[in-house]
Write a protein that binds this ligand. Sequence first.
Ligand SMILES: [Zn+2]
Ligand SMILES: [Zn+2]
Length: 352
Amino acid sequence: MQKAIIYKGPGQFAYEERPIPELKHADDVKIKIYGCAICGTDVNIFAIPQKHPCKPDIIFGHEFCGEVAEVGADVTEVKPGDKVIIDPHGPCGHCPSCLAGLPEACEHVYLDAASGFEGQALTMGVFADGGLTNYAVLPKKCVYKVGDDTKPELMGMAEPLAGCGYALEKLNVHVGDTACVLGAGPIGLMFIALLKASGCRKIIVSEPIEYRRQKALEIGATRVIDPQSEDVEATIMEETDNLGVDHCIEAVAGLTPDCINYVRPRGKVLQYGHDETAHPELPLGTLLKKEVELHGGFLGKYYMRKVGQIIESNILPLDKILTHIIPASRYQEAIDLASSYQCGKIFVSIDF
Ligand SMILES: [Zn+2]
Ligand SMILES: [Zn+2]
């Protein structure tokens, strides 16, 4: 048996004993888990009222990583001892979106076991057993090898960073561009790091929490704004000779109309903040007259291999985005800290 953190319902978890899973299929990989990062989705799951669904009695946590413990007969890509990052919701590989080369839009990613795609269709740690325990078994398509020297706490950032990296490619950022990021939580900070590495000369960040504004500056923001006391649009216009930024990234949810106002003609907006209850009214006249390009994004399946290479090569200041490592035996403390927003990314290390 192994100890695990079990989701019990809105606002509640418990430590329980669960069987150590065994390999079932020839392409299965058994992982010894190092730990699991806390995602904004986890905060939304534990929030009251709840803002994201989760299946009760599953092993919680989806941003996990570890090392290979055992492999099935058909697995040649990884071997025991290899460090691996994990895609907790591997695309099915055979739906129309997957066959069209759009694995992010896989229609089975969110299906429940009743879908008949067991083992392929469940988001681990949200709708099926996840990573806040000692061992997990998953298909080889969900694991990606990284170098032996890669730090576990940075490996835990793979899944969200893959989503950010893939989404940013849609904006086609060039050296010398200007950008604005709304929100400097862990996702906003990842975008700031990516924009900096892509050569943006100005990265203007709007964030109400002082701790996160300071983090944004540390990661590469060239100017930070408190939207509660400063005029974001006026600052952007001042910084861009009244033109607007080339790119505006929404990493909060619901601020899409502002993004449309902040970009230059033919500027690009990326909607990444995820709150499906938000329905803001868009300034349609501005959207069409400026010919704004509006993009969405949230998963980064095709980008998983690349994100492993990014993490192992240390080209992004991920060690600054990661602000806390908290053992799983103190999980409540980790959730409370994430809910307080006085942090960057939190990695929960398995200590049982
Ligand atoms: Zn996540
Ligand atoms: Zn699919």
